[in-house]
Write a protein that binds this ligand. Sequence first.
Ligand SMILES: Nc1ncnc2c1ncn2[C@@H]1O[C@H](COP(=O)(O)OP(=O)(O)O)[C@@H](O)[C@H]1O
Ligand SMILES: [Mg+2]
Length: 507
Amino acid sequence: MISKIYTISLLGIEGFLVEVEVDIQSGLPSFNMVGLPDTVVKESKERVKSAIKNSGYELEPCKIIVNFAPADLKKEGPHLDLAVAVGILSCLKIIEYHKTIDTVFIGELSLNGEIRGVRGVLPMVLEARKKFKKIFIPFENWEEVSFIDDVYIYPVNNLNEVVDLINTNSDPEFLVKQSRKEEDNVYEFDFSEVKGQKFVKRAIEVAVSGGHNVLMIGPPGSGKSMIAQRVPTILPKLSIDEAIEVTKIYSVAGLLKEKGKLITIPPFRSPHHTVSYASFIGGGSNPLPGEVSLAHNGVLFMDELPEFRRDVLESLRQPLEDGQVLISRVKGKVSYPARFMLIASMNPCPCGYYGYPYKQCHCSENQIRNYLNRISGPLLDRLDIHISVEPVGYEELRNNLDEESSSDIRNRVCKARQIQRERFKEDGIFTNSQMKSKHIKKYCKLSKDADRLLESAFKNLNLSSRGYVKIIKVARTIADIEDSDIINEKHIAEAIQYRMLDRKLCR
Ligand SMILES: Nc1ncnc2c1ncn2[C@@H]1O[C@H](COP(=O)(O)OP(=O)(O)O)[C@@H](O)[C@H]1O
Ligand SMILES: [Mg+2]
């Protein structure tokens, strides 16, 4: 008899159905797996055999053939074990095969028949429930998917439990559907903790409102990291779809901290500048999502931007352009989502104090130029806003004035985002930062004064055409915050202030 059992594998963060055919014949004892399984799958042979025997089922020497389909997709991971074991036990009539047909099996076996937790159960279950009624998963992963409610999920501890549950057609007792738990919307930080810094806070509000990437330039200790850390607290809360997307990525990466909870807070990632290319962009022999994907729908903070490896900086281009990364591997490519807001920071020069009144800068002009030149033109091109961050004075630090809270700022951001969503609903983009020239032409009407100011800025500041477009986009956002359809002079004037590198350190 041939049994056909179903399981799920992953390509990126999406699951796909895998058919596991098992045939047992008499003949010289052997165990063959076909259908392009990787080495992990081959190792599963030994685990499956031991697990079956150690669970107390008899496995006479025989010829076992296992075929995985579709053959052209690479099936990876130890979570295929359980399906193979169920297939074998069905052929041996230990499991009543007809009771397995509407079921998917996910789980790694240990030698003694226990079922171990695996990575990526959330996206696997989301795929499985499209076609199947029952899904067996490792007990360890139960909470991760406990909010999914239109399918029967059987969290199991060992192979004996699986056999019993199938044969008796029963439900585990504790299988009470849980309502969806959401991570409490509590942030560790708040903008009210940042004293003073009106200019920087305003620039960050504008940036978040229009989805603009930001570069902060300032000496050590001026509060750049402190401010960047608080950016997620003023981003709009994730929608359910966005939350599932983020949770899937963390599930695949094996990084879900609190199982059973959807991640509803925009992520904040802050990789160190020594980060390797593979962990930044994603990769490895069994490619995992990298920092750019872990920051999806949230913030990627790159502290000390010029210190990052050149290949890492270059690799930013694709996610900033397409909102996703393509990772090459032995067979084909896999893509992970990577749409984030980039916040970068740097010192103005190698020693950190160029242009600051209270400390002497020791760098030569050449050193400063080289330092700035490490950020290549194409990367700079994707940073709409660059501002100088100066340390707050003693007076400001010690005053007890109430600073505005993150939730107040977030309310304004949400309003500005709503205006943009309405405006772009036919255009397939969401924020002002994503505008192409046709959108700018259509949606960015400047008043006469605004036009005049921009013209004189262009001539006097020696702006590039790149800077010109950025100023209009950012001014569009500033006008949106005021709910003004027309871009006025003051909107342009403010936007010009957010182009520090066009003015001061022009190259
Ligand atoms: N505006 C501010 N309000 C309150 N504390 C501040 C402010 N700026 C800096 N600090 C304090 O100084 C510390 C160092 O700031 P940090 O963000 O690490 O600076 P940078 O990243 O620019 O080197 C912060 O952790 C914070 O305690
Ligand atoms: Mg810092």
